[in-house]
Design a protein around this ligand. Structure first.
Ligand SMILES: [Fe+2]
Ligand SMILES: [Fe+2]
Length: 223
């Protein structure tokens, strides 16, 4: 692979201004407050890095699913997996392993997640109606095979799409001791039939295509 020689000048003063970047995502002060309350409950199974990546995906999906409510989607995605903190570490991976699975533990992380989320959101002063909308999504985000509403659909898609991102494929690879190809195949198959929004399906196709190129003999031959 040939690397171009570096330019003999500093280009920084010609970079676009931050406000010109419409699709760049940062957490709002409210989302950051929810995140800081969620983090102590997200320290098993890489749930912390999974969650903040899924938040980014949810923000992107919201731009194309105007019927979804960001005031519900964003706290829900930040809090959706906090219930794993109530499942013993050793059992967390078994709950989602290929060829295994523990539906009882998957259900438990949803129910406990909704319970802990209620406490956090009350502490943060969220209105009861909003808390109900958020926790209804958390309570069923994995086990419920239909979406309750567009906000639920966006949370479900953002959560599942993470698997096939470069970060998700890397983490899943480590969990189950897989090759890059095996991780791509596992995550892509698990994502492709589980999405509820058209923008989510487009994202899955792009991410799967990029993952396929990453493991292609042509790219690997470039070194
Ligand atoms: Fe989950
Ligand atoms: Fe998740």
């Amino acid at each position: 692979m040939t690397i171009s020689p570096r330019l003999d000048r500093d280009v920084r003063e010609h970079l676009p201004q931050p406000d010109a970047l419409t699709d760049v995502v940062t957490l709002s002060p409210e989302d950051d407050a929810v995140w800081r309350h969620a983090v102590p409950y997200l320290q098993v199974r890489d749930n912390d890095s999974h969650t903040v990546h899924a938040y980014g995906i949810a923000r992107a999906l919201l731009a194309d699913v105007p019927s979804a409510d960001p005031a519900v989607v964003l706290p829900a995605i930040l809090l959706h997996d906090i219930g794993w903190s109530t499942v013993p570490d050793a059992e967390v991976l078994e709950a989602i392993a290929p060829g295994g699975g523990r539906p009882d533990l998957v259900r438990r992380h949803e129910v406990e997640g909704a319970r802990i989320a209620t406490q956090i959101l009350l502490e943060l002063g969220f209105a009861h109606e909003r808390i109900e909308a958020i926790t209804a999504i958390i309570d069923g985000h994995d086990s419920r095979l239909h979406a309750l509403n567009p906000s639920d659909a966006v949370v479900k898609d953002a959560d599942k799409l993470w698997r096939v991102t470069p970060h998700g494929r890397w983490i899943v690879r480590g969990w189950f001791d897989l090759s890059a190809e095996e991780s791509l195949h596992l995550t892509a198959v698990r994502v492709q039939d589980s999405l509820f929004t058209e923008p989510g399906r487009t994202m899955a196709r792009v991410l799967t295509a990029l993952g396929s190129i990453e493991v292609s003999p042509q790219l690997r031959a470039l070194g």
